[in-house]
Design a protein around this ligand. Sequence first.
Ligand code: BV8
Length: 231
Amino acid sequence: MADRSDIRNIVILTGAGVSAESGIDTFRAEGGLWEQHRVEDVATPGAFERDPELVLRFYDMRREAIQTKHPNPAHQALARLDREWKGELLIVTQNVDDLHERAGAKRVLHMHGTHLNAWCTACDARSPWRGTLIDRPACPECGEKALRPDVVWFGEMPYEMDRIFGALREADLFVSIGTSGAVYPAAGFVRNARDLGVATLELNLEASQGSHWFAESRHGPASVLVPEWVE
Ligand code: BV8
């Protein structure tokens, strides 16, 4: 990063765009459709209630796709920054893939959960997601066949919001990478940052819905912009 001197604490928000070049579809690509369903209509408690098979099939498919993908230079550059950065650094990701971790990043917070865990709707336990949920595996804790993906659906509260706002309050720089700024509360973090006097930077393929809130917005692929910014 150009002038590191006045930056001690960094909060980085990532979205589907940081994993796009690893081959993981973003939500807005092809209008965010899956089997002709809008993602917003599948990733909801109501959809799970109405048609659990549809939702479990969707997530089994997403998990299978993620397992065949690998981190790209953007994930690797962020992992390097995480290893080398002496100040506070938090990568808040909206993504349910684990490519940040597989690139070596440690200080990662999955505000929308991850594809690695299942959540038992009978006993509330989280457990490693094994096999396909469509086959209704039994919860390892209570034995009930009541597992859902441990991801945050629309209308559900994202994870660790207090920790995120705490990090923003201490931050000197907020960087948003590969997100459309379409979904809240993540899309509002740039405004929280500005109100707190935190410097803001957006790295995205194109202008996002929140670009105008950023002090600086650079456009291009994350695999180019992120290593450039980290250097
Ligand atoms: C909540 C997990 C409250 C599941 C996801 C009206 C106004 C404001 C808010 C709302 C509203 N109506 C409803 C709401 C709330 C709602 C919301 O914001 N809805 C939107 C649609 C308006 N939000 C919620 O429901 C959230 N919860 O508000 O809770 C509450 C309060 C009390 C008690 C209980 C609850 C929860 C939202 C979480 C939903 N889960 N994911 C899963 O993954 O399956 S959302 C999902 O979409 C992602 O996680 C991400 O957060 C979101 C947006 O996706 P992006 O990551 O930005 O991806 P996208 O495709 O959109 O964009 C990709 C970007 O990358 C693009 O800009 C593209 O240009 C760029 N790009 C592409 N390629 C590259 C690239 N950039 C760089 N390099 C490249 N190569």
